[in-house]
Design a binder for this molecule. Structure first.
Ligand code: PLP
Length: 328
C-alpha cells in the first residue's frame, strides 16, 4: 500500500451516496446511485477541493504564499482555488480563458468577491499557457513572493491523490449499502479525477469499471493525459506500482458542440433530473456525462449491471452563468 502525503482537511467529507429511485423506476436498467461530491462545501463545492487538499498542503509545506492557476472563465477549479486562498490567507492569481468580454456572473463573480487577481486571455493566447505561467511566476519571484503553480483543473501527480482518497471513501459507502456496483460513471475534463479513481479503485481492490464521459477533446487525448498524470504520480510517490496497464475508458460521444457549450438534450436531461430527484447537474460537465450515461442505459449497454454509481462532481455556479440557456 502507498501512504497518503500530507493533506489539509478542506472538503466536507464523506459526501453522501444515495440511490435515485424514481429515475431508476423510469428506466429499464440498473439501479442508479449518485455520489454527492457536489456537496463537498458551498463555496468549495465539487471535485476540485479533494485535489486541493493535497496541492495546497504541498504549497504551504513549501512556504509558498501566492497560488497561480488557470482555467476557463467559468472554471470551478479556479473558483475553488480563489475561495480556499482567501480562507487560508494566500494570494491567488487566476489566468482565465475567454474570447468575449466575460460577464461577472457565476464562478467569475465569486472569484472577484474573494479578491483573486484575474488576468484574461484569448483562446489563442492560451496556446502559450506555459509561457504565461512562467511570466507570472517570474513576476512574483521578483517581488519577493513565493508562487505555487497549479495546472488547469489541479490535475497532476499530486492532484491525483484527491480521488485516490475518495476511492477509499467509496469503498466504505459500498460496504455500508451492501452493494458491489459494476460501473463508476463520471465527467472528465482535465483528467485528474479519472486518473485518481482508476488508481484508487485498483489500490483499494474495488472491482469496478471507471467510465469517463469526455466534456472536451477525444478519447485518445484522455488516454495520453490520464496516463501522463498516472506516470507523474507513480514517479513521485509509488515507483513500485505499474501504471501502464490500468485501463482508461473514455467515451467521447457526448462532448457536444464545444467545451462549455451543451446541446438542448443536455439541458432537457438536467431539467428532468432536477424536477424528478431534486438533484441539479451542470451543462459543462455533469449534465453531459449524466446524459451520456442515460443514453447508454436506454441503448441497452448496461443491461447486465445491477448497480451503477454516478459521481456528481459539482458545477452549480457554472449553470447559473448559463441561465439564458434555460429559457424560463
Ligand atoms: C473539473 C470538473 C470535472 C472534471 O474533472 P477533471 O478532474 O478536471 O477531469 C467534472 N465536473 C465538474 C463540475 C468540474 O468542475
Amino acid at each position: 500500500m502507498v501512504s497518503l502525503p500530507e493533506n489539509l482537511s478542506l472538503a466536507q467529507t464523506p459526501t453522501p451516496l444515495h440511490s435515485l429511485d424514481r429515475l431508476t423506476a423510469q428506466l429499464n436498467g440498473p439501479r442508479i446511485w449518485i455520489k454527492r461530491d457536489d456537496l463537498t462545501g458551498c463555496l468549495t463545492s465539487g471535485n476540485k477541493v479533494r485535489k486541493l487538499e493535497f496541492l495546497l498542503a504541498d504549497a504551504i509545506a513549501n512556504g509558498c504564499d501566492t497560488l497561480i492557476t488557470s482555467g476557463g472563465v467559468q472554471s470551478n477549479h479556479c473558483r475553488a482555488v480563489a475561495v480556499l486562498g482567501a480562507q487560508l490567507g494566500l494570494n491567488v492569481h487566476l489566468l482565465l480563458r475567454s474570447d468575449i468580454e466575460p460577464a461577472p456572473v457565476g464562478n467569475l463573480l465569486l472569484d472577484q468577491l474573494v479578491g483573486a487577481t484575474i488576468s484574461h486571455y484569448s483562446k489563442q493566447e492560451f496556446n502559450q499557457l506555459d509561457a504565461i505561467f512562467s511570466h507570472w511566476q517570474e513576476h512574483y519571484r521578483e517581488q519577493g513572493a513565493k508562487p505555487y503553480c497549479i495546472p488547469t483543473g489541479g490535475s497532476n501527480g499530486m492532484g491525483v491523490w484527491g480521488y485516490i482518497a475518495a476511492a477509499e471513501e467509496l469503498k466504505a459507502d459500498f460496504a455500508r449499502e451492501n452493494i458491489s456496483p459494476s460501473r463508476l460513471v463520471l465527467a472528465t475534463g482535465s483528467g485528474g479525477t479519472q486518473a485518481g479513481l482508476i488508481v484508487g479503485c485498483a489500490l483499494h481492490n474495488i472491482p469496478i469499471s471507471i467510465e469517463a464521459f469526455a466534456v472536451c477533446d477525444n478519447a485518445a487525448y484522455f488516454e495520453r493525459k490520464v496516463r501522463d498524470d498516472l506516470r507523474q504520480w507513480q514517479q513521485q510517490f509509488a515507483p513500485h506500482i505499474d501504471v501502464e496497464e490500468f485501463p482508461i475508458n473514455t467515451n467521447d460521444q457526448y462532448v457536444g458542440p464545444d467545451y462549455g457549450a451543451a446541446g438542448p438534450e443536455v439541458f432537457a436531461t438536467l431539467k428532468e433530473l432536477a424536477a424528478l430527484e431534486g438533484v441539479i447537474l451542470d451543462p459543462v460537465y455533469t449534465g453531459k456525462a449524466f446524459h451520456g450515461m442515460l443514453q447508454q442505459i436506454r441503448q441497452g449497454h448496461y443491461r447486465d449491471d445491477t448497480d451503477i454509481v454516478f459521481v456528481h462532481t459539482g458545477g452549480l455556479f457554472g449553470l447559473l452563468a448559463q441561465q439564458d440557456q434555460l429559457n424560463y
